[in-house]
Write a protein that binds this ligand. Structure first.
Ligand code: PRP
Length: 180
């Protein structure tokens, strides 16, 4: 199978500079809010890995990181399915200040499941930071403590977001071309 060297994009939604600027602003807000506390950032694989890395490198307080992976099954873009944890955290979170890190919150089903599951492990506090918030597709009301951008119902790639597992490594966020 040949892979086109040029990504199948319609247009760039946020440039590398725009993403970096917002990441630094959100990193500053989180650093301020959690100053003097022992913060653990939990990345949801795989999409959030790039955002978590950029965000924590821009933060000015020490942070711990951990990761989990989820499986969504019987799910398509237009039919959200069930969610389960496929790879759990390495360490307990009891008594800790925890921020779940997502690349995108869409229907909210994944975030709700993860927040409920993590809340059951008795953290001291629990919040969520997402790079993108696609509120128009939300099925469940969800408080989002920190977000970089709200976006319309676009299919986007880059900065961790994929199309068939590719294009996560683009440094910008782009709208996919229709009919790819
Ligand atoms: C994406 C994203 C969230 C979830 C959000 O993950 O990283 O975890 O979808 O969707 P929801 O709000 O409708 O539940 P995806 O399943 O694409 O996996 P990936 O991170 O490995 O790309």
């Amino acid at each position: 199978m040949s892979i086109a060297a040029v990504p199948p994009i319609e247009r760039i939604l946020f440039t590398e500079e725009q993403v970096n600027e917002r990441v630094h602003e959100v990193a500053a807000a989180i650093s301020k809010q959690y100053e003097g506390r022992d913060l653990k950032m939990i990345g949801v694989m795989k999409g959030s890995v790039y955002f978590l890395t950029a965000l924590t490198r821009a933060m000015t307080i020490p942070v711990k990181i951990d990761f989990l992976a989820i499986s969504s099954f019987a799910s398509t873009r237009n039919s959200p399915g069930m969610v389960r944890i496929a790879k759990d955290l390495d360490e307990p979170i009891e008594g800790e200040d925890v921020l779940l890190v997502e690349d995108i919150v869409d229907t909210g089903l994944t975030a709700r499941y993860l927040l409920q599951t993590l809340a059951g492990r008795a953290p001291n506090s629990l919040g969520i930071v997402t790079m993108l918030d696609r509120t128009s597709r939300r099925l469940i009301p969800l408080p989002i403590e920190f977000r970089c951008f709200e976006i319309p119902d676009y299919f986007v790639i880059g900065c961790g977001l994929d199309y068939k597992q590719r294009y996560r490594n683009l440094r910008y966020i782009a709208v996919m071309r229709q009919g790819v």
